[in-house]
Ligand binder design. Structure first.
Ligand SMILES: Cc1cc2nc3c(=O)[nH]c(=O)nc-3n(C[C@H](O)[C@H](O)[C@H](O)COP(=O)(O)O)c2cc1C
Length: 340
């Protein structure tokens, strides 16, 4: 209700400004105790994967709360878990503005943020302020000026810093907005990267008496051979889950629409089927060896169910909130619970 009043105003503004305004409004609602009402009754639908107990299978996808500023307000909406970040070890501004575009006719978003980040130290300070006791994943990226040969140092540095303030970390090698990042998905580059992350995680687990789960997030644009190779390396190198998938650089489904020519990664409705097909293929390849977290184009309970039926254990969304508002979370969860 509130969002349907606010949406026409927000959609008149530049997309990044609108995002800031929407998040500040949510935060204000949280502070006055109102945001919990946006969720309604949230059904309990427990899922256990990665050694973690999730109260329900719907999470927030990475990129919406890049600096860990809105955890408690977002948690009020009913999410079963939140993935925050992407965060880079050192602060960096990201790409010049404008860098976020909506294509409402197709329920699509194009972004080329390029990991704008406050840096992992400020991120951890923000994250520590949150009170929500629920499951937090942190999405890890690399700084733009770190060459791929040294990318592992960035991922290691951030993992060490966030180790005690997260339940899982996502190794994000699939953002299209950092030059050559996606090349890290090739088996030759991925194998040593994941091996080092796994080894360090085992050492930290001994030190801290707590095991941080590790997920790898892949691009929706991988071809079947690449997908097969990534799945094999992820299994061999001790990953706890695969997140499928990140944004696309294709423009299928938006051609000719305003903003469709902007460069960057596209999310929302146009990636839904491709992401679901990728989850189904991954599920066949993995055959239960690793859980899958499904993301891409979820706008309704039916879409979430599609991904769960294709083999995902959990699902996440981002773009759906932009087009359907914060009530979407409760609506999807109640829809899922009704048709179990
Ligand atoms: C503005 C924006 C920023 C994003 N930033 C990140 C990020 O930092 N790390 C990441 O792994 N994915 C990022 N994503 C991708 C989302 O987490 C998700 O994989 C993708 O948007 C598909 O889901 P959706 O269709 O529900 O939005 C971002 C997406 C958007 C729209």
């Amino acid at each position: 209700m509130i969002y349907s009043l606010l949406k026409p105003l927000l959609f008149k503004l530049d997309a990044e400004r609108a995002h800031g305004l929407a998040m500040d409004s949510l935060q204000a609602m949280h502070c006055s105790g109102l945001s919990r009402q946006l969720a309604g009754d949230i059904p309990s639908m427990p899922v256990r994967i990665m050694g973690l107990d999730f109260p329900n299978p719907l999470g927030l996808a990475a990129g919406l709360d890049k600096h860990a500023q809105y955890i408690d307000a977002l948690a009020d909406l009913g999410f079963g878990f939140l993935e925050i970040g992407g965060v880079t070890p050192r602060p960096q501004p990201g790409n010049p503005k404008p860098r976020l575009f909506r294509i409402p006719e197709a329920e699509a978003i194009i972004n080329r943020f390029g990991f704008n980040s406050v840096g992992v130290d400020a991120f951890v300070t923000n994250r520590r302020r949150a009170r929500w006791p629920g499951i937090i994943g942190v999405n890890l990226g690399k700084n733009a000026d770190t060459p791929n040969e040294r990318a592992v140092e960035d991922y290691l540095a951030s993992m060490e810093r966030i180790y005690n303030v997260a339940h899982f970390a996502t190794i994000n090698v699939s953002s299209p907005n950092t030059k050559n990042l996606r090349a890290l998905q090739s088996a030759d580059e991925l194998d040593p990267l994941l091996a080092r992350m796994h080894q360090r995680r085992e050492e930290l687990a001994q030190q801290h008496g707590k095991r941080l789960a590790l997920a790898i997030k892949i691009s929706v644009d991988l071809n079947p051979t690449e997908l097969q190779a990534v799945a094999r390396v992820a299994q061999q190198r001790g990953m706890d889950a695969i997140i499928a998938a990140n944004t696309t650089t294709t423009r299928d489904g938006v051609q000719g629409l305003p903003h469709s020519e902007e460069s960057g990664g596209m999310s929302g409705a146009p990636v839904r089927e491709k992401s679901t097909a990728m989850i189904a293929s991954l599920s066949r390849i993995l055959d239960g060896a690793l859980p899958i977290i499904g993301v891409g184009g979820i706008m309704s309970a039916a879409h979430a169910r599609e991904k769960l039926q294709a083999g995902a254990s959990l699902v996440q969304l981002y773009s759906g909130m932009v087009f359907h508002g914060p009530q979407l979370i409760g609506n999807i969860l109640r829809g899922l619970a009704r048709q179990r």
